[in-house]
Every structure is written in C-alpha cells, then in structure tokens.
Design a protein around this ligand. Structure first.
Ligand SMILES: [Zn+2]
Length: 296
C-alpha cells in the first residue's frame, strides 16, 4: 500500500491508499514550526499508520518549495524552517528506506491526473488559485519537473496587458511587478477589488456576495475571468493540455466553469479552444492523494 504525506504550513496530513486509490486511513497533526519537530511529526504519523495496517509501505511526501538539484535541500518554500535543510535525506535515514518528495502543486496535479478530474487526459495542467498561484504539469500520469525544477510556475510570468485595463499593476513578493499571481491569487483578487471599490473584502466574501446577487461583485468576477483567461492562454499556447484542473480557494468560484472557454477564445492562438477547464475532484485531499500516488 501507499502512504502520502502532505506537509502544510499549519497541518501535516498522512493518508494510506491501496493500489486502486481507495482510502484506508487518514490522520493529521499540527505542523511544528521547526525542522526537528516537523521530522518527528512525519515519522510519528507514519508509525501510527504502519503499526495499524502494514509495515514498509512506499512513501511519498508533498512539501512547499522544491528540492534544489545542487544541494538536495528544500528551496523556495513558504514554511521557511524547511528551507536549506536536507529533508528528504534526513527522513530516509529515520525511516530506513527511500522516499519520493515533490512540490505540493505537483502532487495536486498528479492526483487529479491519476484518478481525479483529468483522469482521461494525456496532458493535464493542475493549477492552484489560492494564497499563491502555482501549477504542475503531468503527462501520461508522470510529473514533469523540468531542467530547473520549476515546470508549471506560471504564476510568476507577467500578466499580459490589454488596452482598457481597469486593474492596477501590483508588486509581487518575488521581486517583480505584475506577476500573474498578483492578479489571480485570493489576496490578488481582494487587492484589486479594494483598488476599484475601496472596500476590503476577502475573495471568499466577494464570491459569496456575487452568488447572493450583488451586481458589483458579479461584474468584478467577470473582470477576473478575463485575467484568468489571459493567464491560462499562455499555458495553453505552450503545452496545450487536454485538461486544466483548478484547485485552491478561488477555484470554488462557480462562474469560472461555464464562462472561461468563451474568454479563452480571445487569447489562445487557435480558432477553437476545447480545453477542459475543470474543478478538482478531491478538494483539499488532492495534495495528500498525489503524494501517495508518487509511488503508484
Ligand atoms: Zn512574482
């Protein structure tokens, strides 16, 4: 059987699945905000699962950031206590076996490509529209990492500009201006709503207001869809996936799914755009299921 671990900034979750993808066990604990505590927590959760079910399972771990090819240490994670630490090697020493480690957006993409919303497509691009904007590319159920280990990081491309843009250009934490993430993330959505209406609401509240019939919020969501289409058109023009599966809080916006393809037509270099833009199947479980699927 296969163990997956989703190492989040606030919680660490472990799942046990069989080869058909059926969930056998799931446990979670708070993530300690220090390196040794994080290692202890992961090992403790694995021991609990293996003592109850089966020893020596294959283990996959999803983490923020990625492993540096030079140092084999974690880089670029927002759980900063992991950065610069040899997490994979240390866990392998403690667990006495090889494990697989992947970026959490890649795990999301793999889960949805394996047996989720994009299961019937050869090329699946998984998109996170959450606190940040990330992505992962899966071809024939294999994650594509790329030469620099950054495949799928479309969130830090520049947003293509239009002629009558209402939205301001914001600075990104990565040091550039106008990154796609500063438009399409939950905080980006909220910041631009504030620019326009001088009302500070989070993305979830704006979606709720739109669903309750607030016209201003609904109109704003349609502006957002235009920016989403611009961002995704860059992905489609380059990798042309059969399905793009959306995850993260903003993916709950129900207006996306019926309207995005007609907007994509404005920006994609093709007379027809039949790319399936899909809501994820496994919700918050996609990360941990994808980690378990690394070994499937
Ligand atoms: Zn950026």
């Amino acid at each position: 059987m296969y163990i997956g671990i989703d190492l989040g900034g606030t919680k660490t979750e472990v799942i046990l699945i069989n080869k058909n993808g059926d969930e056998i066990e799931r446990l979670r604990k708070k993530t300690p905000k220090n390196y040794n505590g994080t290692i202890d927590t992961i090992c403790e959760l694995i021991n609990l699962v293996e003592n109850k079910h089966e020893k020596n399972c294959k283990i996959g771990l999803g983490t923020p950031g990625a492993l540096s090819k030079e140092t084999q240490c974690i880089k670029g994670g927002n759980s900063t206590w992991l950065n610069g630490r040899p997490l994979k090697n240390d866990l392998e020493l403690r667990l006495n076996r090889k494990i697989l480690l992947e970026n959490d957006a890649n795990c999301f993409a793999l889960s949805e490509a394996f047996d989720g919303a994009g299961f019937d497509q050869e090329i699946v691009f998984g998109v996170i529209l959450g606190t940040g904007v990330g992505g992962g590319l899966v071809i024939n159920k294999k994650i594509i990492n790329g030469f620099n280990n950054i495949t799928g990081e479309w969130g830090h491309n520049q947003m293509p500009q239009g002629t009558n843009d209402k939205w301001n250009i914001h600075e990104c934490y990565c040091g550039k201006k106008g990154c796609i993430e500063t438009y399409l993330s939950g905080p980006g959505f909220s910041n631009h709503f504030f620019d326009q209406y001088k009302i500070r609401l989070d993305a979830e509240q704006i979606q709720k207001n739109a669903n309750d019939g607030d016209e201003k919020s609904l109109e704003f969501i349609f502006q957002y869809l235009d920016y989403l289409a611009r961002g995704l058109s860059q992905v489609i023009n380059i990798v042309d996936p059969g399905a793009i599966v959306l995850g993260g809080g903003v993916s709950n916006m129900k207006q996306i799914y019926g309207n995005i393809n007609s907007k994509l037509k404005k920006y994609v270099f093709s007379d027809t755009v039949n790319t399936k833009i899909l809501k994820n199947k496994f919700g918050d479980s996609s990360g941990v299921r994808g980690a378990a699927s690394l070994n499937r």
